[in-house]
Write a protein that binds this ligand. Structure first.
Ligand code: AMP
Length: 426
């Protein structure tokens, strides 16, 4: 039987895994500068955690969750997004007892059962951040700027930061009424999901993939006209913060996000380059004023965003942005007879202890296949051991780049490899 990977899920092997880890490293290094600490939560949560947070009419809950009943008859779900589990953990572990705002980041796999396509998978990784306890406009601006910084550090071009205010509760109620009135005459032309959404949460219609080209959706009234004075002022201050930090953005009154828990500010980092990822968000987030309290926790607001690793990796490949990831001198050790093989095993062990990546063939004594292995491993230095070398306690070392070959006393090996590193600019 031939097994295949699960549809929409990816393997990362070798160089791909190195790219994956490189992105992770850049993310974590940058976000730690902002004082975030890591949180690791289980892949599984009780299903209710996601239904409560994302909203029953969200695409995620309606169609995309991997939900199953375990042997104890509990309904469990593979997390489709990171925020809900972090909020659950924040409350359960009473992290709100700390005096400062809590700043947490995660890097973890997410699962959504949607149609796989470029930039959309069923298992994907998100890097996400959440701040609890302070959503003052400058903090929110700084948080949005941190996402921008990360994308810049990775070197990604053609990202447009879009930002909107979907208002406080009263603004959104007023807007929902307006949308209902607007769509009333067009109800029959909308998809089945949207007809249902109109009653429960009409904002969701604006985010529908199926109806995005519908003339009534295009002509829908703007949230900007319904924002309360407080919401407008708050939005202005967040934008002023971004201006202070020199972060470019576009205010887009049509931006709503796919999850129910957002209030006031929402934002997305949208890729506008010219390839298959065009128009997709590399990341996005917003403020959630009531999520913690809706989980039974204290009345503490939060703000966060999540970025998708696969999309970023794909865009970086398109833009040729990965540096040489396996840097450092690789050393191959060649043994030309059985006793020299034993000796090469010891030399390799010493070299690894000194921090070198080391390759050797454990069985073959012929020169050619061992040189081929060295070549495939990208060895910059090749240590050759034969009968002569053993007898005289010396080693022959070849610089693979300059082709220069020298015989040196065994004890000089590490110093000699340093010379090769200098010569080869490593
Ligand atoms: P969301 O939680 O939907 O706001 O997604 C945040 C980010 O996660 C998006 O901007 C994408 O980069 C990424 N993302 C969301 N869904 C997927 C998916 N199905 N496959 C790959 N990346 C995704």
């Amino acid at each position: 039987m031939i097994y295949q990977r699960v549809k929409g899920m990816l393997d990362y092997v070798g160089e791909e895994a190195a790219k994956f880890r490189y992105i992770e490293k850049c993310f974590t290094e940058e976000i730690k500068k902002y004082g975030f600490r890591e949180i690791i939560t289980p892949v599984l949560e009780n299903t209710e955690v996601f239904v409560r947070s994302s909203g029953e009419e969200s695409d995620i809950v309606e169609k995309e969750m991997y939900t199953f009943t375990d042997k104890g008859r509990r309904s469990l779900t593979l997390r489709p997004e990171g925020t809900a589990g972090v909020v659950r953990s924040f409350i359960e572990n009473k992290l709100y007892a700390r005096p400062e705002p809590e700043k947490l980041y995660y890097f973890a796999p997410m699962f959504r059962y949607s149609r796989p396509q470029a930039g959309r998978y069923r298992q994907f990784y998100q890097f996400g951040v959440e701040v609890f306890g302070d959503v003052s406009p400058l903090l929110v601006a700084d948080l949005i700027a941190s996402g921008d910084k990360i994308l810049k550090r990775l070197g990604i071009k053609d990202i447009i930061l879009k930002i909107n205010s979907i208002g406080d509760f009263s603004s959104r109620e007023a807007y929902a009424d307006r949308l209902r009135a607007h769509f009333a005459a067009h109800r029959d032309g909308l998809c089945e999901d949207c007809r249902r959404r109109l009653d429960k949460n009409p904002l969701r219609v604006l985010d529908c993939k199926a109806d995005s080209d519908h003339p009534a959706v295009i002509a829908a009234p703007s949230i900007a006209d319904c924002l309360s004075a407080e919401a407008q002022e708050y939005f202005r201050k967040v934008r002023a913060g971004l201006d202070l930090l020199g972060v470019k953005y576009e205010a887009d009154s049509r931006l709503v996000r796919g999850l129910d828990y957002y209030t006031d500010i929402v934002f997305e980092y949208i890729y506008e380059g010219d390839n298959v990822y065009r128009g997709l968000a590399a990341g996005g987030g917003g403020i959630y004023a009531d999520l913690v309290s809706s989980f039974g926790g204290p009345d503490i607001p939060g703000v966060g965003y999540a970025m998708g690793l696969e999309r970023i990796l794909g865009i970086m490949e398109e833009q040729n942005l990965f540096p040489a990831l396996d840097s450092g001198l690789v050393v191959a050790v060649i043994g030309l007879d059985e006793a020299s093989k034993e000796k090469s095993l010891q030399v390799a062990s010493l070299l690894r202890e000194a921090g070198y990546r080391c390759e050797l063939d454990y069985a073959k004594t012929a020169l050619k296949p061992q040189f081929r292995l060295a070549d495939r491993a990208g060895a910059g230095a090749i240590v050759i051991i034969g009968e002569e070398e053993r007898k005289n306690n010396v080693l022959t070392v070849k610089n693979a780049k300059t082709k220069n070959q020298e015989t040196i006393p065994e004890e000089n090996l590490l110093a000699y490899l340093k010379e090769i590193e200098n010569e080869n600019g490593i």
